[in-house]
Design a protein around this ligand. Structure first.
Ligand SMILES: Cc1cc2nc3c(=O)[nH]c(=O)nc-3n(C[C@H](O)[C@H](O)[C@H](O)COP(=O)(O)OP(=O)(O)OC[C@H]3O[C@@H](n4cnc5c(N)ncnc54)[C@H](O)[C@@H]3O)c2cc1C
Length: 426
């Protein structure tokens, strides 16, 4: 019998695991609750009206269409029965699916279900302060940001208008920095001439970071440059500012009240809950404490990869970035092949190709080995690397076109307010 490898998750980790099994003598089933692979590094551009959802996501079935040993299933994995080596799937979210649960057996399992937001023990903040992890999150953020300007245009009371034009971003990591920079550009450039009653360029954009610096994982020089670039764009960067309340009015930072209609969450992650059903030790963020081989201790044939996997290298935890997920996914797959052949498993070693964050049009920071760059050259490098890594030729071509147009015109083409009905009853 050909061994059956099940991969949960078609993100960076899962996709590279499937690809690494292309020539292996195994049958692969890749299960994802979405029918697309999402390129999360460009998600903030969907949230800030630069790119369309289709530019940053590709159908998993299409991506793997040439790999004959892979079957792709659209379903959400609900539980893992490690004793029976079976997964429970919820395959009935729509009118078209079979209602109720289904089960699927595996010989080997690679779990790469990624991470979700964590609100520091305040799950109720989620409704008020959307985070950015999924396409739906990005569309919701785009909707809230554009609606705030629209509401301000109709608002006669200047205090209420000020609140509508105040945007708070919580968390000064790469996602928070990218969102803040893009929001500042929307307000100061793209929307500047489009309204009659308000001055969009007067919008207040605050980036609140609990730690001493934005982009805390970058070298000090690049952190300072990032902060300076954000300030030039008109972003109020506040460090050592821990948000203690998120409510209908806005946020509280220590004893200070900041009134803001739009609060965006770019702090804290928690691993996907699927790992809990393994019954193995997890770290504080809910990630599986994997063996150096990426195997799950006490469960032969089960591996983890990507944001779900907690692993230390040279005494430091590996970061939750796409490169780690891709390399771990491919490595987990290679260890599955070793296991199938009865060979010993190999420990994983991450090759760090560097870190980048974009701050705005023509401005980025790049920390690539001995190379510490900022400004336009770093941005150009960011542009080319992201085009290169993006999945699908059409997407590369489309994104390049969008960026060239946006660069020349300062415009954001996808300023569409979508989502649930805006005018109930109208
Ligand atoms: C806004 C944002 C910006 C980022 N920018 C960068 C960047 O610039 N550079 C960088 O290197 N990294 C960046 N990252 C981090 C990077 O995207 C992640 O580290 C990477 O996606 C992790 O890959 P993964 O395969 O572990 O998880 P993911 O890519 O998140 O994939 C997980 C997959 O599992 C599926 N899934 C989850 N639960 C279930 C379930 N129960 N059943 C079935 N399927 C399930 C999901 O639908 C998803 O497709 C960014 C992340 C975000 C959110």
């Amino acid at each position: 019998m050909v061994p059956h490898v099940v991969i949960i998750g078609g993100g960076f980790g899962g996709l590279d695991a499937a690809r690494a099994l292309a020539r292996a003598p195994v049958r692969v089933t890749l299960i994802d609750r979405h029918n697309y692979h999402l390129f999360q590094p460009l998600l903030y551009q969907v949230a800030t009206a630069s790119l369309s959802p289709g530019d940053v996501a590709s159908p998993i079935r299409w991506v793997l269409r040439r790999q004959a040993n892979v079957t792709v299933l659209l379903a959400a994995v609900q539980g893992i029965d490690t004793a029976a080596r079976r997964l429970t799937l919820n395959a009935g979210p729509t009118d078209h699916g079979q209602p109720g649960d289904q089960e699927i057996a595996y010989d080997y399992l690679i779990i790469a279900t990624g991470a979700a937001h964590a609100y520091f023990g305040h799950p109720d903040w989620a409704d008020r302060a959307p985070g950015l992890k999924t396409l739906d999150d990005a569309l919701e953020i785009r909707r809230q940001v554009l609606l705030a300007f629209e509401a301000a245009e109709r608002e006669p009371d200047p205090i209420a208008e000020r609140r509508l034009l105040t945007f708070v971003i919580v968390g000064g990591g790469p996602t928070g920095v990218e969102l803040a920079g893009a929001l500042a550009e929307i307000a100061r450039q793209s929307l500047r001439k489009d309204f009659r009653n308000i001055h969009p360029e007067s919008a207040r954009i605050l980036l609140l970071e609990g730690g001493p610096d934005v982009l805390g994982t970058f070298p000090e020089k690049l952190r300072e440059r990032a902060r300076a670039s954000l300030t030039r764009l008109g972003v109020e960067v506040r460090t050592n500012s821990v948000v203690t309340t998120v409510d209908a009015e806005g946020v509280m930072v220590g004893g200070e009240r900041i009134s803001a209609q739009t609060v965006l969450w770019a702090a804290g992650v928690a691993a996907s809950p699927v790992a809990r059903s393994l019954g193995v030790p997890l770290d504080r963020a809910g990630r599986v404490l994997a063996e150096p081989t990426l195997a799950v201790a006490g469960h032969s044939g089960i591996f983890v990869a990507g944001d779900l996997c907690a692993l230390q290298q040279d005494g430091r935890p590996l970061p939750g970035v796409a490169q780690v997920a891709m390399q771990e996914g491919a490595h987990a797959a290679r260890n599955v092949i070793h296991a199938v052949r009865g060979e010993p498993l190999e420990p994983f070693r991450y090759r760090d190709y560097g870190n980048m964050a974009v701050i705005g049009r023509g401005s980025a920071v790049a920390d690539i080995g001995p190379l510490k760059m900022s400004g336009f050259l770093a941005w150009l490098m960011w542009v080319f690397l992201h085009i290169f890594w993006l999945v699908g030729f059409r997407n590369r071509f489309a994104v390049m076109g969008e960026w060239a147009w946006a660069y020349m015109t300062l415009q954001r083409r996808v300023r569409l307010i979508t989502g649930e009905r805006l005018w109930p009853g109208a």
